[in-house]
Write a protein of this length. Structure first.
Length: 578
């Protein structure tokens, strides 16, 4: 059955009837559509003949796999005529694993090498559990994993799309090329471990083991490199400085990665906690690709506290430090604090509006810029998360994107501004200044713009892709999405002033890192390669590639109003042309 909009009823085996609505819709993929009801995920197959080909038997075999990290099927789903149309299981909630690869995520979420070791080890446990139940995971690519950061004792993985696993008489039939073991015929436990290696190597280092620049291969020929064992461990591979040093990988596991990716060995990997010394080849060190010109740009240090490094710069010039303290770049004074990493800060008349969370309850505070006194603000609306577009603050509710405004009427009062209905809230993913909505197979951008407007924009270019990162500013949206092959593609959308039309551009990229600053003026700056700052104006197509040896991909770009700023080694800097 195709993805259904509106209201319809299904029957969950052993649980009883359930009514599904648009508000339950999550996504549509190649084989079916997923809905969420409470903690349960309901997958309804597009091809109902699939159930007649033994899927019910396969679901029952998979339901025997009981592990907290595996979102295995738990029972069948029937329509109102008692015909089996799918299955249900536990919903896999967490951060998409591809976002865990990025430096920006690590800085924002306080996710370091120890957290990476814990997550990778638990993913190893997950794969081993599948094998212990005589299952082959097959297509356990990064889009089929999420990371639950609130797990006990560190981050926990969740693997889903378990119905595609091979078990019993049911083989694996498909796999994303980016994790495929091209040297093994069919699918085996060892090919699973190769795929696990590809995904987990990116958690540690931020790069696919067959990416980077390597002559004579073109950037798009990573599958050829996989077939030729031409990995990042070759001495002539060039990697940007955003790639994390391979020394962050524990010794025995690093040796295993090199043996598997470069030498073609196929064995069960050691745990990241296994003791030993890595025999690190020189090729394992990242080789920086830089230009020779220098002195073109001016760099000004704006903020630095060695004991409390900066992790995020807000549009208004507020800086979030690792401790949760918030500082004002203009005065260097501490103006408040955030309890969570998902809070937001915007500038308002006479101070700042701070949005934070206490559990699942939103908290709002006005900070007086003269006295720095914090005044709690009453607000009765509940929500899921905050979204900030430039200096506008929004709350995502169960059905709307609600703009929040501060009024000064004797005392500060929080009021409601623009309200934008969200047809399928569970299928809408929110990024910096932009929402990406998947409504029954069609992609839309939920795009705030101007001083008070917001529009749902149909973007066919993103249909069938998984958006893993996005950022929006004045008439411009940049996004990175993964396609069915596992390749990452960068998209840029330049809008007309009223957002009624747009021009799209797309190109390839090595990883899901999106390093761009979008200024109020419409000027943008990005760093794709070490040694080069690209300044461009989407509205007119003007572009200037500025070469300077001080520019590196480690610089996490942002903006303070109309200034390009960046975080490097915990300090905030401003960069401009001389």
């Amino acid at each position: 059955m195709a993805a259904k909009s509106g209201t319809f009823k299904v029957e969950l085996e052993g649980r009883g009837p359930l009514t599904l609505r648009d508000s339950n819709y999550v996504a549509t993929g190649g084989e079916g559509s997923v809905y969420r009801a409470g903690d349960s995920a309901i997958k309804l197959f597009t091809d109902l003949k699939k159930m007649q080909r033994g899927m019910a038997e396969k679901i029952r075999l998979l339901s025997l796999i009981l592990h907290p990290y595996i979102s295995a099927p738990q029972g069948l789903v029937f329509d109102e005529t008692s015909t089996p149309i799918g299955f249900f299981g536990t919903f896999a909630e967490g951060e998409p694993l591809a976002r865990v690869f990025t430096n920006a995520f690590r800085a924002r979420e306080k996710f370091g090498d120890e957290q990476a070791k814990k997550l990778v080890d638990r993913m190893r446990e997950t794969v081993q559990c599948g094998h212990d139940h005589h299952a082959i995971l097959g297509d356990a690519n990064e889009l089929n994993w999420v990371a639950w950061l609130q797990g006990k004792g560190g981050p926990e993985p969740r693997v889903f799309d378990v119905d595609s696993w091979g078990i019993g008489r049911f083989p694996v039939t498909a796999i994303m090329p980016s994790i495929r073991d091209w040297h093994t015929k069919g699918f085996t436990e060892l090919s699973d471990w190769f795929s696990w290696g590809v995904v987990t190597f990116q958690i540690f280092t931020g790069i696919h083991p067959y990416r980077g620049t390597l002559d004579p291969y073109k950037p798009s020929e990573f599958e050829e490199r996989m077939k030729h064992n031409a990995s990042v461990f070759l001495p002539n591979v060039r990697l940007n400085s955003a790639v994390r040093d391979f020394k962050c990988v524990p010794g025995p596991l690093l040796n295993w990665y090199e043996a598997v990716f470069q030498n073609g060995e196929r064995t069960i990997p050691p745990s990241p906690y296994d003791k030993g010394v890595a025999a690190v080849a020189p090729a394992a060190r990242t080789m920086r690709a830089t230009t020779t010109q220098s002195g073109v740009l001016e760099f000004e240090k704006l903020f630095g506290r060695p004991e409390d490094p900066a992790i995020r710069v807000f549009h208004c010039g507020a800086v979030l430090a690792n401790s949760g303290s918030v500082y004002d770049l203009a005065t260097k004074k501490k103006i408040g604090a955030l309890q969570t990493r998902t809070g937001e800060v915007v500038k308002v008349k006479d101070g700042w509006l701070v949005a934070d969370w206490q559990g699942k309850r939103p908290l709002f505070t006005f900070i007086n810029e003269r006295t720095l006194v914090a005044e709690p603000l009453a607000f009765g609306l509940s929500g899921r998360e905050f979204v900030r577009y430039e200096n506008r603050l929004f709350l995502v509710t169960d059905s709307e994107l609600v703009e929040l405004r501060l009024l000064q009427v004797g005392k500060p009062l929080l009021s409601i501004g623009t309200r934008t209905p969200i047809l399928t809230p569970l299928s809408t993913k929110w990024f910096e200044g932009i929402g990406v909505q998947e409504a029954f197979g069609a992609k839309f951008l939920v795009a705030p713009f101007g001083e008070s407007a917001c529009m749902n924009v149909r973007v066919r270019e993103l249909d069938g892709l998984k958006v893993v990162e996005a950022k929006a500013g004045n008439r411009f949206v940049s996004a990175i999405a993964a396609d069915k092959s596992g390749a990452y593609r960068k998209f840029e959308f330049t809008f007309a002033a009223n957002y009624a039309s747009y021009v799209a551009w797309q190109g390839g990229t090595d990883n899901p890192d999106l390093n761009v600053a979008i200024l109020l003026s419409g000027v943008c700056a990005t760093i794709v390669n070490d040694g080069e700052l690209v300044i461009f104006v989407p509205a007119n197509g003007n572009m200037n590639r500025v070469h300077d040896t001080k520019v590196t991909t480690e610089m996490l770009l942002s903006n303070w109003n109309s200034s390009v700023v960046y975080i490097q080694d915990g300090d905030v800097w401003k960069v401009r042309m001389k």
